[in-house]
Design a protein around this ligand. Sequence first.
Ligand code: FE2
Length: 263
Amino acid sequence: MAAFIRHAVALGFKEICFLDHLTITDSVRPMTMEVAEVPLYFQAIQRLKRDYSDRIGIKAGLEIEFHPRHTGLFNQIVADFAFDVIGSSIHQLDEVDIVSGPNGSGAANPDPDHLQHRYLDYLEMMLGYEYFDIICHLDLPKKFGGNLSPSFDDRLADLLSKTAGRNLAIEVNTSGYDHAAAEAYPSPHILATLNQTGIAVTIGSDAHRPEEIGRHFGRATEMLQSAGIGHLTVFTARRPSQVPIPPCRFPSKRLPPSRNALP
Ligand SMILES: [Fe+2]
């Protein structure tokens, strides 16, 4: 984590937030942090926060893999640790990893239409809970290219329109520019549609390596401005606030693939 911080300092960031993944699953050995590692992760960030306090602001976040049977444990974890922000995401449908290869790792049904709508079933379930502040990489089923069906976009917009009044933000995740999808998560079309509903937006580079910090923020800034979005939401102690989007000077060049392909 110190290497990520040093890179962010070198790029001139005033603040970064770690959002490492936590996966609780019944059957698949996760590629990510497990529950027993959360205290170590949280304490490490607190130490780094102190060590670098004169150079950069550091926040502690967690990206939780949604699982309908483990939401009680999610509530307990977010109550036990003073995270600044909690993200929630879906990488696994019915215990099948949909992001580790073009058809997932042994996906029972690789039909794209089925997968897209099963993903939205999970999202609908996820939106029934309140343990999180950010929805991460919203239209992830496009990761390996191919178009999402118009009905995907319509149902997604319908689901999110029901979140009005909650302090939820959508993550603009710039890792998608380096995937076959070749665009951010979510797409410009979805982002423009969602902006009409007034939903808040934040940004993340999904950096799995220090050099991925701030990747494609220039392109994402242009996309946000085209969608009529002038502010980003940031979280401190799980309370949202708005910051204007500054002019961006971060790199937009395509990076070679990460060793770990998980978004
Ligand atoms: Fe993720």
